[in-house]
Structures are given as structure tokens and as C-alpha cells.
Design a protein around this ligand. Structure first.
Ligand code: NDP
Length: 291
């Protein structure tokens, strides 16, 4: 069984990105600049944004954190977005989700300049991705593709079952894996909460991508021998024996499923670290496009 190690793969990728930044600096070219907009003080969002900013600094990118009050109005946030769109020093930016309830997320995402939308959430980027045109691909599915490529997992002609149809993970990965090209050419089934007899589908799958957010949902009796399993799920599960009071669990019952799998991602240390690395890759791409 191969452990698809997102930690070491993302480190290798970040080192490659750092080299490219060093080469740009030596050639007198612009250094990639990523900004992150954070509204309010949600604990998980603070952690995610903090780690994105730190990763930028580690590989030599310029980074800016724009931390706004929870009470900011939708109009004020739209004005901030407009400023970021106009800011010539900036290659890309992200707006950390979720936003406070009084702000319409869709309105904000639509206001982001698609050329700076390194999260790939703007409909223009999503549409371009679906049409196999040059686009910013959302970081999590982009990270899954990168990992499948680096571990040379054969996807062509395989049956891939994706569980979960969110706009940021399930749906885009189902599109990408069914497209032509490396880590593509799979026959994809996209399952969700209305899917009947999910187990019958997962038992047929050569590759399973779990992205539903229910800890340890996929059990050993739901998979066939030799399956490749990508676990996107991240859920905090209360555990009083742990110093933090919780542990992180994926959507896969790891020990049981790993015993039958030919390759599997762990949680933590699988898809999660790849996501940040791909955001950085998108930012470098944005910078290169502006050269
Ligand atoms: P969403 O909550 O947006 O979507 C969950 C999906 O799972 C929905 O499509 C839902 O179906 C489906 N679903 C729910 N219950 C079932 C069920 N019993 N059987 C089959 N399908 C079901 O989730 P996200 O895609 O945003 O996130 C999924 C998980 O991935 C979460 O744990 C999240 O924390 C994690 N995540 C991890 C990232 C990383 O970097 N590793 C990045 C992003 C997310 P329906 O559409 O019918 O409601």
C-alpha cells in the first residue's frame, strides 16, 4: 500500500516554487504577491489564513493580510474588493470563507477580478476550467490532481466515484478527472446525499474521492481490494484525552480501508497540505501571466 503523503509532496512543490521565485528575483522580475482578506475572528479561518500567509513568506512571496471587522458592511467590503482589483502590485487575492451572515458571499465572489481569483471560485474561472481552457483551478481539486500525477496513479479508463458535489471540491474534481489529460480520462460517478445505494457504487470504484465531511464514513466493507482512496474530509472530533480537546478525522475509516487499498491519503497530512501549496502555485501563475 502506498501512502499518498501530502506533507512531503507539498514540501517538494513549495521548494520548486521557491526556486522559481529566486530565479525571478535574480532576473529582476516581479515577486509574486498574494493578499488574503479575512472578515471577523472565526478561529478556524484565522488558522487557515495565518498558515497561508506564513507559507507565502517561507517561499519568498510578498503577502498582505487584510483583517476587517466582523461588522463591516457589504458595501464597504465591495469597496475593498474594488481596491484590490485596481492594485497593480497584487497578483492575486483570496477572500476567506465563510463571511458573516449579513454579507452575500456570491456578490463578493462575483466582484473579484477573475485574473486575480487565485482560489478559482469565480464563475468565469470555473467555466473556463470546465471547458478545458486556461484557468485558475480551485486549490483542493488542483492539489488532488497534482498528487495523483506525482504518484503516477493511473486514472485513464478507471471508474472514479466522487462522494460530495460542493462547488469547491466534489464537482470540480469530478469534472477534472473526466477530462482528457494526465490524472484524467476516468469514468466518473458523482454521488451525493440523494444517491441510492452508495455502497454498490463505491464497491465498483477503482478510485474513490471522499468529500462530504462525515468522519470515518467510508468503511472497509464499502471498497474493493486495490482501490485508490483520496480523503478530503476534515472534521474536528471531540477527544478529551487529547491536549487540544479534539482530533482531526477524515471521511475514511483509515485503518480498515488502508488494509484493502493500493494507495490512500492520510488525514491529517494528505489533501490538506496540498491545498495551500496549490494556492501558491496559482499565485505564481497569476504573476507569470502578468509579466
Ligand atoms: P459541503 O458540506 O459543501 O458538501 C458536502 C457534500 O457531501 C454535499 O454534496 C452533500 O450532498 C454530500 N453528502 C452529505 N452527506 C452525504 C451522504 N450521507 N452520502 C453521500 N453524500 C453526502 O462540503 P465541502 O465539499 O465544502 O467539504 C467536504 C469536506 O472536505 C469537509 O470535511 C471539509 O472540511 C473538507 N475540506 C477539506 C479541504 C482540504 O483542504 N483538505 C478543503 C475543503 C473542504 P448534497 O449536495 O446532496 O447536500
Amino acid at each position: 500500500m502506498i501512502l499518498l503523503n501530502g506533507k512531503s509532496t507539498s514540501e517538494a512543490l513549495k521548494n520548486e516554487l521557491k526556486e522559481k521565485v529566486d530565479q525571478r528575483r535574480a532576473a529582476g522580475k516581479k515577486i509574486p504577491h498574494l493578499a488574503a482578506v479575512l472578515v471577523g475572528n472565526d478561529g478556524a479561518s484565522l488558522t487557515y489564513v495565518g498558515s497561508k500567509v506564513r507559507s507565502c513568506e517561507k517561499i519568498g512571496f510578498q503577502s498582505t493580510l487584510i483583517h476587517l471587522e466582523e461588522t463591516i458592511s457589504e458595501m464597504e467590503l465591495l469597496q475593498q474588493i474594488d481596491q484590490l482589483n485596481q492594485d497593480e502590485s497584487l497578483d492575486g487575492y483570496i477572500v476567506q470563507l465563510p463571511l458573516p451572515k449579513h454579507i452575500n458571499e456570491e456578490k463578493i465572489l462575483l466582484a473579484i477580478d477573475p485574473n486575480k481569483d487565485v482560489d478559482g471560485f469565480h464563475p468565469s474561472n470555473f467555466g473556463r476550467m470546465a471547458l478545458e481552457m486556461d484557468a485558475f483551478i480551485p486549490a483542493t481539486p488542483f492539489g488532488i490532481i497534482e498528487m495523483l500525477e506525482r504518484y503516477q496513479i493511473e486514472t485513464s479508463g478507471k471508474h472514479c466515484v466522487v462522494v460530495g458535489r460542493s462547488h469547491i471540491v466534489g464537482r470540480p474534481i469530478s469534472i477534472l478527472m473526466s477530462q482528457k489529460g494526465t490524472a484524467g480520462n476516468a469514468t466518473v460517478t458523482l454521488a451525493h446525499s440523494r444517491t441510492k445505494d452508495l455502497k454498490a457504487l463505491t464497491l465498483q470504484a477503482d478510485i474513490i474521492v471522499m468529500a462530504l465531511g462525515i468522519p470515518e464514513f467510508l468503511k472497509a466493507d464499502m471498497v474493493k481490494e486495490g482501490v485508490v482512496v483520496i480523503d478530503v474530509g476534515i472534521t474536528r472530533v471531540t477527544d478529551t484525552s487529547h491536549p487540544k480537546g479534539y482530533v482531526i478525522r477524515g471521511d475514511v475509516d483509515f485503518d480498515g480501508v488502508a488494509a484493502k487499498a493500493s494507495a490512500i491519503t492520510p488525514v491529517p497530512g494528505g489533501v490538506g497540505p496540498m491545498t495551500i501549496a496549490m494556492l501558491l502555485k496559482n499565485t505564481l501563475l497569476a504573476c507569470e501571466r502578468r509579466d
